[in-house]
Design a protein around this ligand. Structure first.
Ligand code: ZN
Ligand code: ZN
Length: 526
């Protein structure tokens, strides 16, 4: 794969003599596979020059894909100035994290409203398709793409691109979950470990490194990494090459030189083979496969583009917060996301709510001796009999305690004080993850058996149940309540029915249908 940097600056474009070498344009990179599949990751102001290059020589019939990490300005401001979107005959697919209310298309159209820009998104001449993504995987021609939520005060996806025997990971913008880990110290555990797994073994890791460990304490909650953390992460996750990017607008070229020289000297001292450098606008990096390791994507992962709205519709968040002011603030944040909130003050109430409803998340407060969130979390875990599909629990506390949290079954932390944007993003990410988990639960692990089955053809069939007379069901798959329910869910979200849609739903249900031996076991158990 070939990677070229078109924008390396974070937060705001910063052109001028002090940033001339590393570049003043905001985030934008171009990735091409050996087969010339074109993927652009983020389209900050660097997207303008990239668009000019792509259209130079009067290129026609251009085909490309844009992956948007999140819709903060510095990652999308190049879109209205990206000329390949305006040329008829061009075809583009734009991908970004799925929200809970607004679609990716609506978010991008917002910055092109009459007040801000003279051309609307709908007036772009190219054919554009929009894709709202969750955590999972999908293919762009020969490139396999995996997505993973980052920690930032807006729902943000990191992208792992695999093709030609190499893996390139882009993780901007991201702040480590643990404040200790963020300064380059402490053990990488919990959600930070999940992040490390996502970047693990990458041939090229392009990572947010806006701050230094020294600057970080004044920037807690801003959603960015320190250089020291990124270097530690690269070593821990056995990455081959780390590119520091999303340079702070206040850091001039000489300061970046000093930072990189420092890091490289320390790595040499420690005899580390990790290659670290800072992204330079215009720089091209050829990523060649390493014979030492494989970076293949795991099989049978969840599709990153999946209709999960039905699984989101009835979800709720359980709040076990004793501090009334904090409870009211969190409640408002959750409601802003369109999610229902349910309060509990003791474990009996919590257990009833968990048993009755299908909460997507529990938020507990830990502030001993006033309230013992750890104890509540342990009680929730004891009640659960399905270890695979545990209720995510966010612990609100003044300090993290990863070891005690892991022992009690805490999934994630919200460390006080936090901003509304941070809380909102965490809640949104967990609600989406829970919905995906529920959808995943109806898709069996036995991919081999499933793929070996003949395709399911959708045809008109007699009604299976009262009240759904007008629904069509794929032949031979209405064998469990679960699949019938799934069918109804999928039908509800269809804006219209087409043969392609019916086939997709048929395939989805085929996956949800248990194999005959499982059905026999279940009958015997009943
Ligand atoms: Zn940014
Ligand atoms: Zn951002």
């Amino acid at each position: 794969m070939r990677v070229q940097f078109w924008g390396t600056r974070g937060s705001i474009a910063k052109p001028g003599p002090s940033t001339a070498r590393y570049g003043g344009n905001t985030s934008c990179i171009e990735v091409r596979s050996a087969r010339e599949t074109l993927v652009i990751v983020d389209c900050g102001t660097g997207g303008h020059s990239l668009g000019q290059k792509l259209m130079s020589g009067g290129a026609k019939g251009l085909r490309g894909h844009i992956l948007i990490s999140h819709t903060h300005w510095d990652h999308i401001q190049g879109i209205p100035f990206f000329c390949p979107l305006f040329a008829p005959g061009n075809e583009w697919d734009i991908y970004g994290p799925k929200g809970l209310g607004q679609s990716l298309r609506e978010a991008l159209a917002g910055q092109m409203q009459y007040t801000y820009f003279p051309v609307t998104l709908d007036q772009c001449g190219a054919r554009i398709r929009y894709h709202d993504l969750v955590e999972g995987t999908f293919d762009i021609d020969d490139i396999k793409v995996s997505t993973h939520y980052l920690n930032h005060p807006a729902l943000t996806l990191g992208y792992r691109l695999e093709a030609d025997g190499v893996a390139v990971v882009y993780a901007c913008d991201h702040e480590p979950h643990s404040r200790m880990v963020a300064t380059g110290h402490g053990e990488i555990t919990g959600q930070d470990l999940r992040h490390a797994e996502f970047v693990s073994g990458a041939d090229l890791l392009i990572h947010d490194a806006q701050y230094t460990a020294e600057e970080y304490p004044a920037k807690v909650g801003w959603g960015h990494s320190s250089v020291e953390y990124v270097v530690n992460l690269g070593r821990f996750a056995q990455v081959k090459k780390v590119v520091l990017t999303h340079h702070d607008p206040l850091r001039d070229d000489d300061a970046i030189d000093r930072l990189v020289a420092n890091i490289q000297a320390k790595l040499r001292e420690n005899a580390s083979s990790l290659d670290v450098f800072a992204a330079v606008e215009g720089q091209v990096v050829e990523v060649a496969p390493s014979p030492a390791k494989g970076s293949a994507r795991r099989a049978g992962e969840f599709q990153a583009e999946m209709p999960i709205e039905p699984a989101l519709a009835e979800w709720s968040v359980l709040l076990g917060i004793a501090d009334t002011k904090l409870a009211a603030a969190l409640c408002e944040t959750i409601r802003a996301e369109g999610i229902d909130t349910k309060f509990f003050s003791n474990m009996d109430e919590a257990q009833t709510l968990i048993a009755k409803g299908r909460p997507s998340l529990a938020i507990l407060e830990h502030d001993p001796p006033r309230v013992d969130g750890m104890e509540m979390c342990r009680a929730i875990r004891e009640q659960e009999n399905d270890r695979e599909h545990q209720l995510p629990v966010i612990m609100v506390a003044a300090q993290e305690n990863q070891a005690a949290g892991a022992a009690a079954g805490v999934t994630d932390w919200l460390i006080k004080p936090f901003t509304d944007a941070c809380a909102r993003t965490k809640i949104r990410a967990w609600a989406l993850r829970a919905a995906c988990q529920w959808m995943r639960a109806v898709i069996p692990e036995d991919e081999e058996w499933r793929l070996a089955r003949p395709p399911v053809h959708v045809r008109r069939a007699p009604m299976a149940q009262k009240g759904i007379e007008n629904r069509r069901f794929p032949e031979n798959v209405i064998s469990t309540d679960k699949s019938a329910l799934l069918w109804m869910y999928c039908r509800e979200i269809a804006p219209f029915e087409t043969p392609a849609f019916s086939k997709n739903v048929g395939d989805l249900i085929a996956r949800a249908t248990k194999r005959p031996s499982e059905m026999r076991n279940r009958s015997a158990a009943n």
